[in-house]
Design a protein around this ligand. Structure first.
Ligand SMILES: Nc1nc2c(ncn2[C@@H]2O[C@H](COP(=O)(O)OP(=O)(O)OP(=O)(O)O)[C@@H](O)[C@H]2O)c(=O)[nH]1
Ligand SMILES: [Mg+2]
Length: 706
C-alpha cells in the first residue's frame, strides 16, 4: 500500500521560495526569481523518498504551484493554485501539503497556512529563508509553533539546501494528519454552514463555506445560483465571508506569533533594501539607473559576443569545406555542405549573444530589481492602459514572448491582461537578435563614439522601437476594449538578494540548449526542403541553363569563373524556390526586397530566426566564386538582377529590420495567445495588425531612406 504515488503540493505566498524548495527536493530546475509571480503554472516532479520510520521508499510526486496570499483567488495564477488544492477531481489532488512560509514574513504566511489546515489535508510547515532570521536578532521557536499549529514545523534554507532532509522525514511523522482546525463555521454560523454543506455535498464545513465565499469562480450555473440564494437568505456576501474570516484568523495569528517570536526588529537585509530603494525607486534617479542598466546590457550583448561569434562562423565555414572534401561529390555532399551546415552555422553563431542576454535577465530577476522596475514604470504605463504589473511580461518579452505572455496571468484586471498579451510580442525577442545582428552588420558601418559603438546604439534603438510600438498600440487599444473593472497596482517589493551564480549559470545553459534544440530542428528541416526547392526547377529549365553555360563560346567570352557564377545564379532564379520568391515580388518590391528575401520571409513565418539560416542556404546555393566568404560578405556583394545595384542598401536593410521588428512571425506565440485568451479572434487580430504595421513601417523606411 505504501508503494503507491503520493502527491505532495507546495503551497505558499508568492516569492516565498517554493520553486527553490521544489528544485532542492526533486533535483529539477524550475524557474525561480526574486519577484512575486514567477511561477504561473503548476509543475510536478517525481522522486523516491526514504521513510526512516518504516525503512520503506515512497514514490512522491512533488507539485510546485503559483504563489497565493490566501484561498480567495483574484488572478488566474492564484486560481490555478486554489483549484489544485480544493478540487478533489483533479489527478494531482494532494495527499499532503507543504506550506512554504517566508520566515521574514511569517504573519502573512500563516494566514494561508491556517486556511490550508482547515481544508483537512495533512500539512507540514516549512519555514523557509531561515538564514534571513538567523542574521537578524529575531528568534523563532519552531517547537512552540509546531505545538500551536499541531503540525511539524521545519526551518529550511532552500537556497543553500539546508533542512531538506529533515523536511522529507517530517512528511512521514505521526503528527501529520492530526492538525487542529482553526475556523469553526459550525459555531460561527451554524444554520448557514449546514445548508452550504448540504448544497455542496461537502463533509468538511470549511470547504463548504470556502466554496460559497468564492462562488464567482465556479462554473456550474445551477450550483452558483443555489449558493447565491443561501447567502442572500443569511444576509452574507462572498466579500463579507472573506473579510470576517481573515479578521478572525489574523487575531489568532497575533497570539500564536506572540508566543513564538521573541523580539521584533528590522532585519539587516530590510535595512539595506530600504537604502537601495531610496535611489532605485526615486522618480528621477530610478529612471536614469534603469536606462543605464539597459544600456550596459545591450552594449555587452553586442561587444562581448563579437569575438566568439566570429569563431563559430568561421568554424562552420571550415567544417563545410572539410566535409565537402571528404564526401564524394554529388547531391548528398551539396545538401550537407550547402544546405544544412550553412543553415546551422548561420544560427549557432548567435549562441554567445543569446547566452549573454539571458544571463543579464536572470541577474535582474534574481536580484529583486525587476519588481522595482515595475514600480517606477507603473505611473508611465498607466497612461497607456496597462500598469506596473505589465512590466514583467514586457521585459521577459525581450527574451521570448511565450513565457512572457503566460506571466501576464498575474495581472488581475482582465482588460489590462488582454492588452498586455496583445502588445508583448512587439517587444524585441531573442529570435529577432540574429536577424538584427546580421542586417546591422551589413548595413551599418563600424564606428565608435567614445565608449559607444554605433551598431550597439542602433540595436538599442530597435529595442526601444519595440517598446514604443507596444505601449503605443496599448494606448490605441485601451479605447477599444470596454471594462468597468478598477485598475490597481499592488506588488510586494522583495528584499534585494545577491544573484546566485548557479541560478544564472543554469538559466543560461538551459536557454541555450532550448535555442539550439528548437532552432536546430526547424533549421535542419527547412534547410533540407529549401535546398531541394532551390536545387531543382520545373521542366527542362535547368538542363537548358546548363547547356547554355557549358557552350565553349560562352565560357570563352565570360571566363570560366564568371560563367559558373552566372549559371548557378540563373539556376537559383529558375528553381522552385526562386519562382516562389518571384510570385511575392509585387507585394514586397515597394519595400525594396527582392525575390531572395521573399523566400526568407516565407520560411521565417514559423520562426524569425530561420531568416538567417535561409539566407545562408540561399547564398550557399548561389555563386561558386565566393566559397570561403562569410554570409555577411556574400549578402553585401549581392546585386539586383536587372539594375545591378546592391540588394542590401541601407534603405532596404532598414526596411527589412523594421519588418522583422513588427511582424508576427512565430507559431509558438500564436499558439500561446490562443491558449491564454481562449479565443481564436485575438491571435487573428494580432497577426493581421502586426503584419500591417510591419509592412507600413518597412515601406516608410524604404521610401524615406532611398
Ligand atoms: N536567502 C534565501 N533566499 C531564498 C531562499 N529560498 C529561496 N530564496 C530566494 O527567494 C527568491 C524567490 O524564490 P522562488 O523559489 O522563485 O519563489 P516562489 O515561491 O516559487 O515564487 P513564485 O513562483 O513567484 O510564487 C529567489 O530569489 C530565491 O533565490 C532561502 O532559503 N534563503
Ligand atoms: Mg515559483
Amino acid at each position: 500500500m505504501k508503494k503507491e504515488l503520493l502527491n505532495i503540493a507546495l503551497v505558499g505566498n508568492p516569492n516565498s521560495g517554493k520553486s527553490t524548495l521544489f528544485n532542492a527536493l526533486t533535483g529539477l530546475n524550475q524557474k525561480t526569481g526574486n519577484f512575486p509571480g514567477v511561477t504561473v503554472e503548476k509543475h510536478s516532479g517525481r522522486v523516491r523518498i526514504f521513510n526512516p520510520r518504516t525503512s520503506e521508499r515512497h514514490n512522491v510526486n512533488f507539485i510546485d504551484l503559483p504563489g497565493t496570499y490566501c484561498l480567495f483567488p483574484k488572478s488566474l495564477d492564484e486560481l490555478e493554485t486554489y483549484k489544485a488544492i480544493t478540487d478533489r477531481n483533479n489527478d494531482e489532488y494532494p495527499d499532503k501539503i507543504i506550506v512554504v512560509a517566508d520566515a521574514s514574513n511569517l504573519k502573512r504566511s500563516l494566514l494561508l497556512c491556517l486556511q490550508v489546515l482547515d481544508l483537512g489535508i495533512p500539512t507540514v510547515l516549512a519555514v523557509n529563508m531561515i538564514d534571513l532570521l538567523e542574521r537578524s536578532n529575531l528568534k523563532l521557536d519552531t517547537v512552540r509553533l509546531a505545538a500551536e499549529l499541531g503540525i511539524p514545523v521545519i526551518p529550511v534554507n532552500s537556497r543553500d539546501r539546508k533542512g531538506i532532509l529533515e523536511l522529507k522525514q517530517a512528511l512521514f511523522q505521526e503528527q501529520v494528519g492530526e492538525a487542529r482546525l482553526f475556523e469553526k463555521p459550525e459555531q460561527e454560523y451554524p444554520e448557514l454552514t449546514e445548508e452550504l454543506k448540504q448544497h455542496t455535498g461537502s463533509v468538511n464545513a470549511y470547504q463548504a463555506v470556502l466554496k460559497a465565499a468564492n462562488y464567482d469562480l465556479l462554473s456550474g450555473e445551477s450550483e452558483v445560483e443555489g449558493l447565491k440564494q443561501i447567502l442572500r437568505k443569511h444576509g452574507k456576501t462572498p466579500f463579507s465571508l472573506q473579510s470576517e474570516e481573515s479578521l478572525r484568523r489574523y487575531r489568532m495569528i497575533e497570539t500564536i506569533l506572540d508566543n513564538c517570536i521573541n523580539q521584533v526588529t528590522i532585519t539587516r537585509a530590510l535595512d539595506f533594501t530600504m537604502k537601495l530603494d531610496a535611489v532605485f525607486t526615486h522618480p528621477f534617479w530610478g529612471f536614469i539607473i534603469f536606462l543605464s542598466v539597459l544600456f550596459v546590457v545591450f552594449q555587452s550583448v553586442f561587444s562581448w559576443a563579437e569575438l566568439p561569434m566570429d569563431w563559430i562562423d568561421n568554424g562552420f565555414l571550415m567544417l563545410s569545406e572539410q566535409v565537402s572534401a571528404l564526401l564524394p561529390a554529388g547531391a548528398v555532399n551539396d545538401l550537407i555542405t550547402q544546405g544544412i551546415l550553412p543553415g546551422l552555422g548561420g544560427i549557432f553563431m548567435f549562441i554567445p549573444q543569446i547566452a549573454i542576454l539571458f544571463a543579464f535577465i536572470a541577474m535582474l530577476e534574481d536580484s529583486g530589481y525587476m519588481a522595482r522596475v515595475s514600480f517606477i514604470m507603473d505611473r508611465l504605463l498607466r497612461k497607456f492602459g496597462i500598469n506596473g504589473r505589465s512590466v514583467i511580461p514586457l521585459i521577459s518579452g525581450v527574451a521570448c514572448a511565450v513565457p512572457a505572455i503566460m506571466s501576464a496571468r498575474t495581472i488581475k484586471n482582465r482588460k489590462e491582461r488582454l492588452l498586455t498579451i496583445f502588445v508583448t510580442p512587439l517587444m524585441s525577442c531573442s529570435a529577432r537578435l540574429p536577424v538584427y545582428t546580421l542586417l546591422i552588420a551589413i548595413a551599418v558601418p563600424d564606428q565608435e563614439f567614445g565608449f559607444m559603438n554605433l551598431k550597439g546604439i542602433i540595436m538599442m534603438g530597435l529595442y526601444l522601437i519595440g517598446f514604443i510600438a507596444a505601449i503605443g498600440t496599448s494606448w490605441v487599444m485601451k479605447w477599444l476594449i470596454k471594462s468597468k473593472e478598477r485598475s490597481y497596482f499592488i506588488m510586494e517589493m522583495p528584499v534585494y538578494r545577491m544573484p546566485q551564480l548557479r541560478v544564472v549559470g543554469l538559466t543560461m545553459v538551459e536557454k541555450v540548449k532550448v535555442f539550439i534544440r528548437d532552432a536546430g530542428k526547424i533549421i535542419v528541416a527547412i534547410s533540407i526542403v529549401l535546398w531541394g526547392l532551390s536545387s531543382y526547377g520545373p521542366g527542362d529549365r535547368f538542363s537548358k541553363i546548363e547547356a547554355h553555360y557549358s557552350d565553349a563560346e560562352v565560357v570563352n567570352e565570360l571566363g570560366e569563373q564568371e560563367a559558373a557564377r552566372r549559371m548557378s545564379s540563373e539556376k537559383l532564379r529558375n528553381s522552385y524556390a526562386g519562382i516562389m520568391g518571384k510570385q511575392l515580388e509585387p507585394v514586397i518590391a515597394p519595400l525594396g526586397f527582392d525575390w531572395k528575401i521573399g523566400i526568407a520571409l516565407v520560411t521565417s513565418f514559423a520562426a524569425r530566426e530561420v531568416f538567417v539560416g535561409t539566407m545562408a542556404t540561399i547564398y550557399g546555393a548561389d555563386g561558386e566564386d565566393e566559397t570561403g566568404a562569410t554570409l555577411k560578405a556574400r549578402m553585401r556583394n549581392d546585386k539586383h538582377d536587372g539594375s545591378g545595384l546592391p540588394v542590401f542598401t541601407i534603405a532596404a536593410s532598414m526596411a527589412l529590420i523594421l519588418f522583422y521588428a513588427f511582424a508576427m512571425q512565430c507559431m509558438s506565440t500564436i499558439a500561446v495567445v490562443y491558449r491564454e485568451t481562449g479565443s481564436r479572434l485575438w491571435p487573428v487580430i494580432q497577426f493581421v495588425y502586426m503584419g500591417a504595421l510591419a509592412w507600413l513601417a518597412a515601406f516608410a523606411a524604404y521610401t524615406f531612406l532611398s
